[in-house]
Every structure is written in structure tokens, then in C-alpha cells.
Design a protein around this ligand. Structure first.
Ligand SMILES: *Cc1c(COP(=O)(O)O)cnc(C)c1O
Length: 367
């Protein structure tokens, strides 16, 4: 999309020259670029969603439940099964994708004369939420293995005095998970900030890697975001959610638009949550395929940072654009993101990963 340049409209100065965010949506056979779940929902799940949506349609003349009470109950129950953490429905928030949850957080805790902080490389949408809410965006670099240095974290908190600290775990685009001890230390080092742990890829974490949900009941300034876009194979649904103290959730209720979650979205999300067990079977398959892909890339001589997500960053490439383009020419779309010498591949089906490997060998072994 072209940047917004020469409009005579009274556009905010900081938006002039900006382009809309988003990876290219190209129609190619093997799409491994936006970390989607490669498995379409099974037909039993499709039927369950259709039935729920049909029932919701019979009273679409009415506004939806503004507080999505039933959905909050079901999300709390799901988190309890997934991570063993018991939360009250009042500790759950949801919106149209975790992107909107994040915008609510920035609207409530950011703003003029305030700062949000993170460590790079990380998710490229974060600075956009900051820009859109007039919040200063400050970052410090991660270490070369993409973990976060405790001293650097203390310095960032001390210098920038952020009201919001946003950290993805596992991190996008590196796959790096944060140890809970670091999250807890940050919550204590920055008691005047809200610490957001973005666990969009939480379900893909390796055995033995805990979720930051475990820290919630001790830290009222901690929020953990999740989404149905990745593990639930429901990127098209647009349902993201958050778990935090009730105090924090109650603040988010102030900045949401009224009726922001449609009755259709609530119905479809409830049906998908009822099918969580079926959908989570795919997560195990994706994790296994990830580990196999990482092992294969390392055998080819690539550096691959440890990943707890459904993607892997690999390199170095002397000309990463040429590799990306060569793969695309062979019908395989991956992502040019992260450090300049690296590329990110999402984990697809075994068939898709075979196509990726074959194409990568062809591109890199060419004379
Ligand atoms: C994919 C992704 C999300 C999910 O966004 P949705 O709006 O829920 O689709 C959130 N955070 C990160 C870091 C992601 O990569």
C-alpha cells in the first residue's frame, strides 16, 4: 500500500508518509508468512460455530452483551485447563484480536507525556499503538541471543520511567520465551507501570516453559494477553483476550467502544472454545514440526535462535531479499522481518515444510 503523502486533508503530522501495517497478502500455494495455524478447523468445529452463530442471528435486532459474560467464563475455564491457573471471569478482558486489546491498554495507560517501553527486535505493531495513542515509544536492544539483560531492563525502567512495558513471550520474530523470574522482577522494579506479557504464541511453548499467567495473582500491575488467532486456528475470527487483576480489567472497560464485541463474534468464539481439545491436537503436531524444522535448518548450517513459538528465525543471509524472492518464485511465501540478515518462517503442515526445504535448497545452492 502506498504511503499517505500529498493529501490536503488535515492529517496529523505524524501520520504523513506512513503506510498501513501488514505483510503482503499474496495468493501463493505455501503461505508461511504470518504465523497462522496451517490446519483449517475440522468440520465438526465448523458445524458447531455455524450452529452457535445461527442461534445468535435470531436476536441480532438487539445489541450484544456488552460485558460478554458467558465468553469471559469460558475463557477463564480454558486458561485453567491450559495452564493450571484459576482466574475469575472478572479478571478476563477480550476484544477483536489481541491487537485491539493492546490498543485498549495503550489508551488506558499510555497517552501524551507518557512512555511505553520494550526490547527489540519485537512485534512491529507495538510502536503503532504508541503512535496512535500519542504515547512515546522507547526501546532497548535484546542480547545477541535475543534474551533480555536484567541490568538493561533496570536501566530502561529507571531512565524512561514507562507507564507501560510490553514484552512478547514467546517473542515475535525471534521465538524467545521470557523466564518468569524476569517477569516478576520487572513487575517489582516498575511498580508504577503496567507490565504486559503478550503470549500470542503461549500455547506453542515447550514442555517445562511456564506461562506468565502463574504470576497474575501476586502482581496487580501485570497483564497477560492471548489470542485465538494462532493456536486456535481462528485468525479470521478476530478474538484476542487478556488476563489481569480485576482492578486493571475495570480500567479497560472505560476505553472500549460500546458493544465492541459483536454477538456473532461472541457466538463463534464460544463454539471454538467448546472445541478447544480438538483444536489443541494440532498444536502438538505444529510443535513437533517446529522442532524438526529447527533441527533441519541447523543441519544446513543456519543459526536459529531457540523458539517456543510456531515459527523460526534463521540466517544469516548475505542478501535476505534475494532468498525471500527466490522462495516466492517457487511458490513459498515467508517473511522478511527481524534483524537484516535473518528471515522468519512460520511452521506449516509437513507437506508445506517439505516444499519450503526443497525451495530453500534450490535457492541457496544455485550457482
Ligand atoms: C500474531 C500476533 C498477535 C495476534 O494478534 P491478533 O490481533 O490477536 O490476531 C499478537 N501479538 C503478537 C506478537 C503476534 O505475533
Amino acid at each position: 500500500m502506498a504511503p499517505v503523502m500529498n493529501t490536503r486533508l488535515p492529517i496529523r503530522p505524524e501520520l504523513r508518509g506512513e503506510s498501513p501495517y501488514g505483510a503482503p497478502q499474496l495468493d501463493v500455494p505455501v503461505q508461511l508468512n504470518v504465523n497462522e495455524n496451517p490446519y483449517a478447523p475440522p468440520s465438526s468445529v465448523v458445524t458447531a460455530i455455524a450452529n452457535r452463530v445461527t442461534a445468535a442471528a435470531t436476536h441480532l435486532n438487539r445489541y450484544p452483551d456488552r460485558d460478554f459474560t458467558e465468553l469471559r467464563h469460558h475463557l477463564a475455564a480454558y486458561l485453567r485447563t491450559e495452564s493450571g491457573v484459576t482466574l475469575r471471569p472478572e479478571q478476563i478482558w477480550a476484544a477483536n484480536g489481541s491487537n485491539e486489546v493492546m490498543l485498549h491498554l495503550f489508551s488506558a495507560f499510555g497517552g501524551p507525556d507518557r512512555t511505553a517501553a520494550s526490547f527489540t527486535p519485537t512485534y512491529s505493531m507495538y510502536p503503532e499503538y504508541a503512535r496512535d495513542t500519542h504515547t512515546q515509544w522507547v526501546t532497548a536492544p535484546r542480547r545477541s541471543d535475543f534474551t533480555i539483560d536484567d541490568d538493561a531492563a533496570r536501566t530502561l525502567v529507571g531512565d524512561a520511567k514507562p507507564s507501560l512495558i510490553v514484552l512478547a513471550s514467546p517473542n515475535n520474530p525471534t521465538g524467545t520465551a521470557l523466564p518468569l523470574s524476569q517477569v516478576a522482577a520487572l513487575c517489582e522494579a516498575a511498580p508504577d507501570a503496567v507490565i504486559v506479557i503478550d503470549e500470542a504464541y503461549g500455547e506453542f511453548r515447550s514442555d517445562g516453559t511456564p506461562s506468565a499467567l502463574e504470576l497474575l495473582n501476586e502482581h496487580p500491575n501485570l497483564a497477560v494477553t492471548r489470542t485465538m488467532s494462532k493456536a486456535f486456528a481462528a485468525a479470521g475470527l478476530r478474538l484476542g483476550y487478556l488476563a489481569a487483576s480485576q482492578e486493571l480489567v475495570d480500567v479497560l472497560r472505560i476505553v472500549r467502544l460500546p458493544y465492541h464485541l459483536s454477538a456473532v463474534t461472541q457466538a463463534a468464539a464460544l463454539a471454538a472454545l467448546d472445541s478447544a481439545a480438538v483444536l489443541q491436537e494440532q498444536v502438538a503436531a505444529i510443535r513437533a514440526e517446529r522442532d524438526a524444522t529447527v533441527a533441519w535448518l541447523k543441519e544446513q548450517g543456519y543459526r536459529v535462535p531457540d523458539t517456543d513459538a510456531n515459527f523460526a528465525l534463521f540466517g544469516p543471509h548475505t542478501d535476505r531479499h534475494a532468498v525471500w524472492q527466490g522462495l516466492l518464485d517457487r511458490g513459498v511465501l515467508i517473511r522478511e522481518t527481524g534483524p537484516d540478515s535473518m528471515l522468519r518462517v512460520s511452521i506449516g503442515t509437513p507437506q508445506e515444510m517439505a516444499r519450503f526445504k526443497e525451495a530453500l535448497l534450490a535457492v541457496t545452492k544455485e550457482p
